[in-house]
Write a protein that binds this ligand. Sequence first.
Ligand code: NOJ
Length: 486
Amino acid sequence: MPNLPLPAGFIFGMSTSAYQVEGAVKEDGKGPSAWDWATRQPGGTTDGSTADITDLQYYLYKLDVARMANLGINAHSFSISWARIYPFGAADSPVNQAGIQHYSDMIDYHLQMGVQPIVTLFHWDTPLALVAYYGGFTSPQIVGDFVNYAKTVFEAYKGRVTTWYTFNEPRVFCAQIATYPFNISLAAGVNSTTAPFQCSYNVVKAHVAVVKAFREMGIPGEIAYKNDDFVGTPWRANSTDDIEAVERHTAFQIGVFSEPIYGTGNWPQIMLDTLPPSFLPRFTPEEIAENKGTADFYAIDDYRDQYIAAPPEGLAACINNMTDPNWPQCNQLVQYDVNGWSVGPNPDPDSTSWLQSTPQNLRYSLQQLQARWPTTKIYISEFGFDEPYEANRTDLYLITEDVTRTNYYMTYLGEALLSIYADGIPLMGTFAWSIVDNAEWNYGFSARFGIQYLNHTTLTRTPKRSAFALSQFFAAHLQKNATVNP
Ligand code: NOJ
């Protein structure tokens, strides 16, 4: 599609997160995060690794940002580590000036290199002190501490950063803290079943309060959170149960953090109908009014879009039975069609189970978002692929030939162009995950998402095929001399 330019100001972005790339976990006054603790628990990561060093981007950020600039990447979406700014997390605890200075230097270097710095305030690395003290995001006490941290960051970087995210993938985060090893430190009265929903409530409250502060402080720019997941397609096209299962999937997976902000201001009706208030705290009418409209655009980590089916025991049997193993979601993800064919190329089977390469569904995915939660601007705030068996390869020429990832990016971006031109989707940026292999949470280094290979001994970054493919795609489609500031 050589004749389709991207809209003026379109962002060719990369995304990373503090825990996954920074390393230097004990340096310059940083406090420990819940993830620094989790990786030290037995079985905390499948390969036994920690992110103590990972890409050492804390010290090597100039290398990574300069490489981005050379590839034509015009924005980097990274996260700030809360525990570097407030080592103990709490509002009445000291600020770490070295942490403030570090991100200030890093932001300036981005600007100097022409790479727009985009900041996420929270990418899952809760200060450990707050988890130990009151159960982190399972306690409403977190809201005040988070707002205080956000205000400090806004004050420090306002004007230099103009696109902000409050939370990264809050739905995944709230599911994660209900599982081992995080589930030993839940707030009083919260258990593994209720934790995701109590957390969701506290996250929405924190997001809304931070956006309110952002607006009251007159911070220039735009703010939202990074949502994740997708609506999905009924597995059996004519099955009313599968069609209803898609709605359940939508409510629990993507509606939970879309409906309060971009929709009615309340939780999706299906969640309200399924979950008692002891699981899912209810919003008051005042809160519903406050929630609505607390985002300036819609950001989606749009990695894939798959089939959804009713659970084998049937929808009715599941919905009405709290002891059913599929309750309360009562739907299933299916990774092959009714004839048994895979939805798309599959990721590395040793490390990633949720992902498939499904660019054929991207237009549908974005159409669904725009139909359900209309907005004037969409960013694909992350997309990427875990190349099959890459971690098993030792020769560099085998590692850098990442053909499945390259195919994913190129077909996906072709569909993105069609979304813009044929479907009128207001897509204004895509952010590839990620600039270099990094610490993939509980999978450690066994899952690789980088467009550059990381040599863990020398910390050398080597571009893979996909890095050049992305660079060439955007060189061909970005409009020259267009600025990327909102
Ligand atoms: C989304 C998450 O935000 C990021 O932290 C993770 O590494 C990627 N998905 C890949 O799984």
